[in-house]
Write a protein that binds this ligand. Structure first.
Ligand code: TXE
Length: 487
């Protein structure tokens, strides 16, 4: 049976490339090729830029209310198509249906809804300076590029396009080559909602197409989600044309459990922060610091719930809550980290092996894995693994754990569990991280700005703060008197 071939999305429709070059997309739960996708070649790239210019000329002249109405129509369509779109996220990512049907489309739509609501509130200001005065206008940047990672394909496309389009910009978006379809679906939804052609174009391909987006002169800004190493390349390339950048990068975030924490809650956080989306979440709390006295009960409950409550298998089975890793290569990378952990002396408490569930025998699965007796110097404690591998460390006092938690060039997220409210805030205020939770972990509502400190990122997504990244301020000075001049 011949495979379906998906294309690039330019000017409100699919557009075929000239070279005929395609790449395969694998379903991580079956190991089989799902479909092919045409690469954005020279023709597509040029067409995408011309289309974006045409779209911008119309979209940026619409009123914020008109843009808001179209974005809200897109939200309605996304929510109506929730389940159909969630299935595609499962097939592309290997994540459980349980998650995709509840989180991926919902949180993408939430972000578009949030920024659609803010669009009409964008305003400048005016001040008198004697008889003269000045006023400011917040104007769009123009063409923005979005480059997505593969763990939340549709959500990332929504989170990047929402503020950009709300402010009157247009976007050319490149999804990860591992998960191309979510962005194509979003493009169709924007068109169905009434967005003018060229407002949201989708170009397909790997880092080469991504690199093109970061260097093209007509692109004003790049919003990137991915690894730190790639983020550095993106930022360096963007410097050539002084593009603005938003960087949503990786992390190796601390989750700190104090002696007085509610142990069941703390175990929930550790499992959510390491096994949800089979560990492929950038904000994961993969360094779990447990204070000495609570350690025995914490470990006992953690092991019991990990061995009893995790259902690994066919991600489309509603009972599955733990899916396949994105690719065979990624599965091998995670297994390699597990071997390194053993060699460096960490104690493997549970997991550590590839899995072959009966209902998905050919998928790329790795067992939920917990290492204890970890030290700060171990590779497991220093490098982002981006898989279901939890590193448990112990600590004695508050100052020690804060110092150790901050002892990294990364700074994406952090969590603190304690019933002592002053300690919770005192500690979280000292942690060098941009996305923090107290007695919670992972929640990321559209209202909350998210992004990293240090090497984990630049700028924010979601939250009203993010609007500022998608407009530029023009100041206009108005002379009310004859102009004085010494000449
Ligand atoms: O990243 P990659 P992946 C991070 C997560 C992990 C990574 C996993 O922590 O580190 O993303 O995603 C394109 N110029 N986050 O493996 O390999 C590539 O084609 C331009 C953080 O996808 O960096 C893909 O589309 N683009 C995040 C994208 O970059 C290039 C939440 C990412 O690829 C390129 C989710 C180049 N030279 C995941 N090379 C957060 N902080 O919110 C590759 N690409």
């Amino acid at each position: 049976m011949s495979l379906v071939v998906y294309q690039n999305y330019v000017h409100g429709q699919s557009l075929s490339n000239d070279t005929g070059e395609t790449f395969e997309v694998i379903n991580p739960a079956t190991g089989e090729v799902s479909y092919l996708v045409e690469v954005a070649d020279e023709k597509i790239q040029q067409a995408a830029i011309e289309s974006a210019k045409t779209g911008f000329a119309i979209w940026s002249k619409m009123t914020p209310m008109e843009r808001s109405r179209i974005l809200l129509k897109a939200v309605t369509i996304l929510r109506e198509r929730n389940d159909e779109l969630a299935v595609i996220e499962v097939q592309d990512t290997g994540k459980p249906w349980q998650e995709a049907s509840e989180v991926d489309v919902v949180t993408g739509a939430d972000s578009i809804e949030f920024f659609a609501g803010l669009a009409p509130s964008i305003e400048g200001n005016q001040q008198q300076v004697g008889d003269d005065f000045y006023y400011t206008r917040r104007e769009p940047l123009g063409i923005c590029a979005g480059i997505g990672a593969w763990n939340y394909p549709l959500q990332i496309a929504c989170w990047k396009s929402a503020p950009a389009l709300a402010c009157g910009n247009v976007m050319i978006f490149k999804p990860s080559e591992e998960t191309p379809r979510g962005a194509l679906n979003l493009a169709e939804v924007f068109t169905q909602a009434g967005a003018p052609d060229g407002v949201f174009n989708v170009v397909q391909g790997d880092g080469r197409v991504g690199a093109w987006l970061t260097t093209h002169e007509d692109i004003a800004k790049v919003s990137f989600t991915g690894e730190v190493g790639t983020g550095k390349k993106v930022m360096a390339a963007a410097a050539g044309s002084l593009k603005q950048v938003t960087m949503e990068l990786g992390g190796k975030s601390p989750l700190i459990i104090f002696n007085d924490a509610d142990v069941d809650n703390a175990v929930s956080a550790a499992m959510l922060g390491n096994f949800y989306t089979q560990g492929e979440v950038c904000t994961n709390g993969t360094r779990v610091f447990v204070q000495q006295d609570i350690y025995p009960s914490f470990i006992e409950k953690l092991l019991e719930r990990t061995q009893k409550n995790i259902v690994c298998g066919d991600p489309m089975d509603p009972a599955t809550n733990f899916g396949a890793l994105i690719s065979k290569d990624h599965q091998a990378k995670v297994l390699e980290y597990i071997e390194i952990g053993k060699e460096e002396g960490a104690h493997l408490l549970t997991g550590g092996q590839a899995l072959r569930p009966e209902n998905a025998p050919n998928g790329f699965f790795v067992a939920p894995t917990i290492f204890t007796q970890c030290t700060d110097e171990m590779t497991l404690s220093k490098e982002e693994i981006f898989g279901p591998v939890m590193s448990v460390l112990t600590f004695t006092d508050e100052d020690e754990v804060i110092r150790r938690a901050n002892d990294t060039r990364l700074g994406l997220a952090a969590g603190v569990f304690t019933q002592d409210i002053t300690r919770a805030h005192r500690v979280i205020h000292q942690l060098e991280a941009g996305i923090c939770w107290i007695n919670a972990y992972g929640a990321s509502p559209a209202e909350m700005p998210v992004g990293g400190y240090k090497m984990s990122g630049i700028g924010r997504e979601n939250g009203s703060e993010t609007l500022k990244a998608y407009t530029q301020i023009k100041a206009v000075y108005v002379g009310m008197q004859p102009l004085e001049s010494p000449f």
